[in-house]
Design a protein around this ligand. Structure first.
Ligand code: SAM
Length: 493
């Protein structure tokens, strides 16, 4: 299957015409939203997918910016032939309210002052961020999103979308996320914030045009980064290997281990691309996220009225947003009779796996948005046998070609039966010599356009391991086997 880049990408700007009323009653004047799109919006505007980014993400989710070496942060799933197939879908990603990548946030100029907001920026919530995204979606003339997809903090936005605007979301894919921040998640966020606010250069949030709180922000990122990895992945990636030395330094001023220099490098790199105040505001919004509204609702009640179909994805080694938090979401959706599928990605990469596990992410999301069909996985070179042949001929063909199922073809090329290795044993035991005496005439078949789940279900129900695939005239055009589908179907439930 082709998997290509979404191509050259440009960040665009949308300005809200009116002020934005925030959840806590404050108002924000004109808000600027930075966003990118990939693919084409179809005529009835029904193919739009909104991608919601995680804490350190931005609007540049797919494709390439001219002259830059790295593609967008979720390029693994955005592009022709990928899960968010830009040959079919119109993908939108915007920088969140409170961010620092083009959307209004604490580092933006406060109207009428000529100075950045700093801590005069109001406290914002994930609901506010989603409300601003809704204005962007409205401005594009889109009444309903085909899907809203996102991981981590992006997954919280997905959940909020389904609750705030139930009629606007057809499919929802929250990944490695939670319906409310856990004490452990809040604790890590607080340590990160304290690292920033303890840096003297933070200066009460008023540092623009001066030294930025680089040490604090770098430290916050280092702490965050550890939570995105896993014990296994750190063993794999670094072990106890030393960085640029063969012996321990036995001093406190430099680093010895590869893992130390990796974290320092990424902490320092983060300072160049992120604003410390945005880090404070966004992590606070994550902490406040709680669909149960401080426990006044059960989670099942929180999802009442939601109408989207869900694919909830979790990651086996994610200890920051463990699978049980996804299972809670799934349970609450089932309690509301909402169509939901849960898929646990088997990965050692920890929380970050949703950005790294290209194969599994593409399969799980792609198959949910566009279910794989029999035609995608069937074998096209089918070995068959003619109706007039004998049992010995069938046994010979099976031995030679290594197949266990032989469709029996009549003169007009139409399927008239099937013989298997099991039928050959029966023929030997009963001393039959003609195919017609042993073949099964009521053949269970599949069509190319059938979802593979249906074919797998038919095989299960009839206790058979292969189905001939036929066209509308009954001609055999392929074969689908349980081996071919079980690997794919078994992943999600
Ligand atoms: N182990 C077998 C298999 O791999 O399909 C299933 C056992 S079942 C008792 C065997 C019978 O199923 C055979 O008589 C065979 O002709 C029949 N059979 C196999 N494939 C079939 C299909 N697609 N439709 C109908 N019957 C089928």
């Amino acid at each position: 299957m082709k998997r290509e880049s979404a191509g050259l990408a440009n960040t665009q700007c949308f300005r809200t015409e009116e002020y934005v009323l925030l959840e806590h009653g404050d108002r924000l004047g004109e808000v600027v939203v930075a966003y990118e799109t990939y693919g084409k919006l179809n005529r009835d505007r029904s193919n739009a997918v909104l991608v919601c980014h995680a804490l350190s993400g931005d609007a540049h989710a797919g494709g390439w910016h001219k002259g830059q070496e790295k593609p967008g942060w979720w390029d693994i799933v955005i592009g022709p032939g990928k899960a968010l197939d830009t040959d079919r879908l119109f993908v939108i990603c915007s920088n969140v309210l409170g961010g620092c990548k083009g959307t209004t946030g604490p580092s933006s100029i406060k109207p009428g002052t000529g100075k950045p907001y700093g801590l005069e920026f109001p406290i914002i919530t994930i609901k506010d961020m989603v409300d601003v995204q809704r204005r962007l979606v409205d401005s594009l003339g889109i009444r309903q999103l085909f899907a809203v997809v996102g991981g981590s903090f992006g997954g919280m936005q997905v959940l909020q979308w389904t609750v705030s605007y139930p009629d606007m979301v057809r499919l929802a894919v929250p990944i490695a996320t939670s319906a409310r921040s856990s004490p452990q998640q809040i604790a890590f966020n607080e340590v990160g914030r304290r690292a920033i606010t303890s840096d003297l250069d933070w200066n009460g949030g008023d540092y623009y045009g001066r030294n930025t709180p680089a040490r604090g922000l770098s430290l916050a990122r280092m702490i965050g980064h550890i939570t995105y990895l896993s014990d296994e992945s750190m063993h794999q990636k670094f072990g106890r290997r030393l960085q640029d030395k063969v012996e321990y330094g036995f001093d406190l001023s430099s680093s010895d281990f590869q893992v130390e220099s990796y974290l320092r490098y990424h902490g320092d790199a983060f300072v160049k691309r992120f604003d410390a105040n945005s880090y404070l505001y966004i992590t606070k919004a994550i902490d406040y996220f709680d669909l149960t509204r401080k426990g006044t609702l059960s989670l099942a009640e929180a999802f009442r009225g939601v109408s989207a179909r869900f694919l909830v994805i979790s990651i086996s080694s994610d200890w920051l947003y463990p699978s049980y938090q996804s299972e809670e979401i799934v349970g609450a959706l089932i309690a509301n009779d909402i169509d939901v599928r849960h898929c646990e990605i088997g990965s050692n990469w920890g929380h970050d796996a949703f950005l790294l596990e290209s194969g599994q992410m593409n399969y799980a999301i792609g198959n949910f948005l566009t279910p794989a069909s029999v035609g995608d996985v069937m074998v096209k070179d089918v070995v068959t046998i003619s109706l007039g042949a004998g049992v010995e001929d069938a046994a010979g063909i099976m031995m030679k070609s290594g197949v266990t199922h032989l469709p029996v073809i009549a003169g007009d090329k139409a399927l008239s039966g099937i013989v298997t290795a099991w039928d050959i044993s029966k023929a030997v035991a009963m001393k039959y010599s003609r195919l017609e005496e042993i073949m099964t005439r009521n053949v269970v078949t599949a069509r190319q356009e059938d979802p593979i789940e249906r074919a797998a279900g038919d095989m299960n129900r009839h206790n058979i391991s292969a189905l001939p695939v036929v066209d509308e005239s009954g001609k055999v055009v392929g074969m689908i086997t349980s081996d071919g589908v079980s690997r794919l179907v078994g992943m999600c439930r």
